[in-house]
Write a protein that binds this ligand. Structure first.
Ligand code: AMP
Ligand code: MG
Length: 512
């Protein structure tokens, strides 16, 4: 009772009355912005007011019109110069209130105070249906949290985030989206001089596990309470009346993350930098750095050049998510129960549900990939046998599943070998044991086994054409193919081909 009473008081002072009210004075603009910046109503230690640092000669190279339309924005009314000025931050729309958000995080296991060092939240845009989205710039200049960084971003990594986040969206994996990329007309100094760019990212919010870690250190229990109430109001308003809303929040984030990580593994995605500052409370995939999709199936796959120990390798992602969620749980302890031992017991119980929730999400996704509508105990073995065969034979993860979903199996020798044939017989027998027709099973499989993923060698090819030669055609074509990854489009068959040994990308870089 005590906890809930206090929290409601803070809720009233920080947040507009529920449901969130629209901005009383909508911005008069042709694009259609409707800003209402609730984050700036949090205590001031949560952010720093900070305008984007103007750039010399901005030029819009990517505009996501489909996304804009879904947000109730019309970018087609903008001239090239206006689009460039808008998405570089050279002109800030009326009613936007740019801030750099403060946060902390465990990076590769080590705690650090961080914050938006090269990002800025332009504001929160309300769609015509009242949904709230963060509009964030990445690469928009220095902030009080830049430490020794230049606040800038290079073009290729921003285009990379654009490609991968849009691909994730088309794969139905919760993710931030990419609205625009502008080049800045300035160079950034990395190992070499690179063209600078700014990405405009759209997110349900940028509240991270690391934001809670920051709140508890900066604002103590009250700080976390304010942030938790804000997060509940913004993402999980159905929890407002629940008996122990902070424990419910923890449970909800655990559920969302378990579902998210299961989807990553099902798609063969490796995030690469699962630090607590890169884990969103909303359950979206956030902060695309050295992420990549795996070609040949290998659970040990790690791409990131900075992940020396393989902490964030493919198969370790569920464990690392749970580790991060334990850090979140720690910040919520005093809110979960005033008696510490009680709080610890409850929080531990919650965090320990992760493996099972994850596993059941994953196996239900795997069943769909194999055309199974029903559940049998032996399914886990059937799946394990397939994966172990894939690993042994280094078959392509995406193509193998897609092949199972097609009428005819590939003619490759591995698919004709006795081990696979034995597995196939078992699988066929399993399919027959379910009441659903073969056709339905095939449809289920085709809807859950993409034909096209953003393969590293194709992504790199598109990035170097754009970044080194100003040629955006390969990127546009790749994006068109990735927009409908489950379709069978002959024009895009080429994107299904795994890399040859010489094309294979072994390492990806943050590019920060
Ligand atoms: P990231 O690897 O993008 O998740 O960033 C980790 C932290 O480093 C965040 O606090 C970033 O804001 C900060 N950071 C990354 N690159 C830069 C940069 N070029 N200038 C300033 N801060 C940066
Ligand atoms: Mg980050």
């Amino acid at each position: 009772m005590y906890i809930i009473d206090i929290s409601l008081k803070y809720l009233a002072s920080v947040m507009p009355h529920e449901p969130m009210k629209l901005n009383a004075h909508p911005t008069n603009n042709t694009v259609g912005w409707r800003f209402d910046n609730s984050y700036t109503r949090l205590p001031d230690y949560f952010y720093a007011l900070q305008n984007p640092v103007p750039v010399r000669a901005p030029h819009a190279v990517m505009l996501n019109h489909a996304l804009a339309e879904s947000l109730g924005l019309d970018l087609r009314t903008l001239s090239d110069a206006e689009a460039a000025a808008l998405f570089s931050g050279n002109t800030v729309p009326e009613a936007a209130q740019p801030i750099a958000q403060a946060y902390a995080g465990h990076q590769f296991g080590h705690f650090t105070m961080l914050g938006d060092g090269r990002a800025m939240l332009l504001g929160e845009h309300l769609t015509p249906s009242g949904e709230r989205f963060d509009i964030q710039f990445k690469g928009s200049g220095q902030t009080p949290f830049s430490r020794r960084g230049d606040g800038r971003a290079a073009l290729a990594p921003m285009l990379r985030e654009y490609i991968i986040s849009e691909a994730m969206h088309a794969l139905h994996i919760p993710t931030t989206r990419s609205l625009a990329v502008v080049t800045t007309g300035e160079q950034v100094v990395r190992e070499t001089l690179l063209p600078g760019a700014i990405l405009t990212r759209v997110a349900a919010s940028h509240i991270r596990v690391g934001t809670f870690e920051y709140a508890v250190r900066q604002g103590g229990t009250e700080g976390v309470r304010i942030l938790a109430d804000y997060a509940i109001q913004r993402h999980y308003p159905d929890l407002i009346g629940s008996e122990n809303r902070y424990l419910s929040l923890l449970n909800r984030v655990i559920e969302r993350q378990a579902a998210l990580i299961a989807q990553w593994l099902l798609a063969g995605f490796i995030h690469g930098v699962m630090n607590t500052d890169n884990m969103s409370i909303s359950g979206e995939t956030i902060d695309y750095g050295p992420c990549a999709f795996m070609d040949a199936y290998d659970p040990h796959t790690v791409f990131s050049s900075i992940d020396q120990s393989g902490r964030y390798r493919y198969s370790n992602q569920p464990l690392m998510a749970q580790w991060n969620l334990a850090r979140l749980a720690e910040t919520l302890l005093p809110l979960i129960d005033p008696v510490q031992e009680e709080a610890v017991t409850l929080a531990e119980e919650a965090v320990h549900t992760f493996p099972q929730t994850y596993q059941s999400q994953w196996i239900s996704g795997m069943r769909k990939k194999l055309g199974l509508f029903t559940a049998e105990d032996e399914d886990a073995e059937l799946i394990a046998a397939l994966l172990s065969w894939m690993y042994k034979n280094q078959t392509d993860y995406t193509n193998t599943f897609r092949a199972l979903a097609s009428e005819n199996l590939p003619v490759d020798a591995v698919f004709q070998a006795p081990e696979f044939i034995a597995w196939h017989v078992q699988w066929q027998a399993r399919l027959i044991r379910q009441p659903e027709s073969r056709d339905s099973a095939q449809h289920l499989m085709q809807a859950h086994n993409p034909a096209i993923i953003p393969r590293n060698h194709r992504v790199e090819e598109a990035l170097s054409a754009a970044s080194e030669h100003g040629d955006y055609a390969p990127m546009q074509q790749l994006l068109a193919a990735l927009a409908d990854p489950y379709a069978d489009v002959p024009e895009y068959y080429d994107y299904r081909t795994p890399p040859t040994p010489s094309e294979r990308v072994y390492q990806t870089f943050c590019g920060t």
